[in-house]
Design a protein around this ligand. Sequence first.
Ligand SMILES: [Mg+2]
Length: 208
Amino acid sequence: MIFALDLEGCIAPEIWPVLGATYRLPDFALTTRDIGDFDELMQRRVAAARRAGITLADLQKLAHAVEPYLGAREFIARLRSMGNVVIISDTFHEFSDPLAAKLGGVNLFANRFELDEKGIISGFKLRIRGQKERIVSGFKSAGFKVAAMGDSMNDFSLLNSCDLPVLYRPVDALRQAVPHGHVSDNLDDALEYFEAAKRRLDETGDLR
Ligand SMILES: [Mg+2]
């Protein structure tokens, strides 16, 4: 069994609003909860960083200080006792690798930045965008059952293609788009739901 989790808004706070508040840049503070088109969202963030002359190293000082939600580390440890855990996120390795380490060294699949000669972000390589469904189908074709958890529309393909979707404090649009998903408002509830599914899987061979 594989647990494929979104990062920001599920097991850690959103990083960009922290950057937006510090630098007083509204284009930073927008998240996937505000703008569904991730490419457009990132273009705006990159343009804002360039205008302000902010380097990746500046941003990393703040991003690397972000801590997981309380209980998130334990949540992941419990999931790991039942299966493999991967985080599939629209975040960037340059921001979130330390967060993955704080969560117990969990596998992170994320995007990468491109930098100019001054160390300012000039672009980005989206390894994850449009790939979430393919990653899930890869796991499935390798014989795994896939449970997933996400909070925003950028998790739609992940949640819609997995065997067991959990919507974590979801935006309304996601709730409507994945009506068969289990809605959780806290990590204890999500864990309980995953544990019950794992018991069913062991007993009947199916998650549902
Ligand atoms: Mg999220």
